[in-house]
Design a protein around this ligand. Structure first.
Ligand SMILES: Nc1ncnc2c1ncn2[C@@H]1O[C@H](COP(=O)(O)OP(=O)(O)OP(=O)(O)O)[C@@H](O)[C@H]1O
Ligand SMILES: [Mg+2]
Length: 314
C-alpha cells in the first residue's frame, strides 16, 4: 500500500516525468514529460500508433507504466488510482457504452456506478439530457443513434460525475465538421467551469483549438507548446509558389537539401525552407524559374511536417 501523503494544491492537473511504456520490445511511450495546467485544453496530436491511447491509459491509471512518475490533480497516481477515479472522466476511443440499452438507461447505469441514486440521479440525468441535446433520444437504443449523437452520449456519461479532469481519446473521429465544431463548443463550456481536458486527435484544426498540445511520433514527444508558440518556433519559412507545372517543380524542389517539404494546396505549392536560408523568397524564386512566389504564414500542419518523419529538424 502506498502511504505517501496527498501533496499540496498544485496549479497542474497533470505532471508526468519520464513516463514510458514497453510492450515486449515495442516502446509505445518513450520518456514522456508533461505539465498540463489546470483549466486548460491540452491536445495529443499524432498519427496512428504514435502512442496517444497508451499515454492516456497510463495517465488514467488503467495501465501500469514501465517507468516514470505521474501526478494527477496534485496526488501521485501510483497508489491513489481508486480515489482519483472519482475525480477523472475518460471517453474511450471506441464507443464503449451499451448499444442495447437506451440513452437514459446508459446514463442511469453510469450514474449508479458513481453512486448517484433517487432524486439526485433523476435530476442529474435530466440536466445531462438537456445539456447534450439528447432529450428526444432518451428512449432510443444507443446502438441505433448516429455517430454524433453517440459521441454526445459518451461525453454526457464521461462528465456525469463532474470530473475535474477529462480524458477524451479521439472523440470526434466519427463526426462531421459541424458536429465537431459544436462538440468543441461544449468542451470550452466545460473548460470555463474549471475542467481540465486532455484530448487526442488526428485533426490539425482540432489541435489548433487547444490551449497547448504535444506532437507525438513513435512514442516520442517531438514538440509541445501553444499552437502559436509552435508556429513561431518552427525551424522553417513557408513560401507559396504559383504557376504552371507545379508537380514537376515539386520534384525539383524536394531534391534540394535546404527544402524540407513541398506539398500542393489547390493552385499553390507550399514549400518549407530551412530557417538558415537567409533570403528564402529569393532562394525559391531562383529555383522556380519566374513563377510567382510569396511568403506565407505557418500553420500547425507545417509544424507537424517539420518535426516528424525524415524531415525532423532538431
Ligand atoms: N496491449 C498492447 N500490446 C502490444 N502493443 C500495444 C498494445 N497497445 C498498444 N500497443 C502498441 O503501441 C503503439 C501505440 O499504440 P496506441 O494505441 O497508443 O497508438 P495511438 O496513437 O492511440 O493510435 P491510433 O491513432 O491508431 O488510435 C502501437 O504500435 C501499438 O501497436
Ligand atoms: Mg488511439
Amino acid at each position: 500500500m502506498n502511504t505517501s501523503p496527498i501533496t499540496e494544491p498544485t496549479e497542474f492537473a497533470i505532471e508526468a516525468k519520464g513516463l514510458s511504456k514497453h510492450f515486449g520490445n515495442k516502446i509505445a511511450v518513450n520518456k514522456l514529460n508533461l505539465t498540463i495546467p489546470k483549466g486548460s485544453i491540452y491536445g495529443f496530436l499524432g498519427p496512428n500508433g504514435c502512442g496517444k491511447s497508451t499515454s492516456i491509459r497510463l495517465l488514467t491509471g488503467l495501465l501500469e507504466a514501465s517507468e516514470g512518475n505521474v501526478s494527477i490533480l496534485g496526488s501521485p497516481l501510483l497508489g491513489h488510482e481508486e480515489s482519483l477515479k472519482k475525480r477523472i472522466g475518460y471517453m474511450t476511443q471506441k464507443f464503449s457504452l451499451y448499444d442495447n440499452l437506451t440513452v437514459q438507461e446508459n446514463l442511469s447505469f453510469v450514474g449508479a456506478i458513481y453512486g448517484f441514486a433517487g432524486k439526485r440521479k433523476k435530476n442529474r440525468l435530466e440536466e445531462l439530457l438537456a445539456l447534450y441535446d439528447l432529450e428526444k433520444q432518451a428512449k432510443q437504443f444507443a446502438g441505433s443513434m448516429s455517430g454524433g449523437q453517440k459521441q454526445r452520449l459518451a461525453l454526457a456519461c464521461a462528465t456525469l460525475h463532474s470530473p475535474e479532469l477529462l480524458f477524451l481519446d479521439e472523440p470526434t473521429s466519427a463526426v462531421d465538421p459541424e458536429n465537431r465544431r459544436e462538440f468543441w463548443e461544449r468542451l470550452f463550456d466545460l473548460c470555463a467551469t474549471g475542467t481540465t481536458i486532455l484530448v487526442s486527435t488526428h485533426y490539425m484544426d482540432e489541435a489548433e483549438r487547444c490551449h497547448a498540445l504535444a506532437i507525438l511520433e513513435n512514442g516520442n514527444k517531438r514538440a509541445d507548446g501553444s499552437p502559436q508558440a509552435l508556429m513561431d518556433a518552427m525551424p522553417a519559412t513557408v513560401v507559396e509558389v504559383s504557376g504552371n507545372k507545379l508537380r514537376q517543380l515539386k520534384q525539383t524542389l524536394t531534391q534540394h537539401p535546404e527544402i524540407l517539404s513541398a506539398a500542393q494546396i489547390g493552385a499553390h505549392l507550399r514549400v518549407l525552407v530551412k530557417k538558415k536560408v537567409q533570403d528564402p523568397l529569393n532562394f525559391i524564386s531562383q529555383l522556380s524559374n519566374g513563377r510567382e512566389t510569396v511568403l506565407a504564414r505557418p500553420s500547425l500542419e507545417d509544424v507537424f511536417v517539420t518535426c516528424t518523419g525524415d524531415r525532423y529538424v532538431d
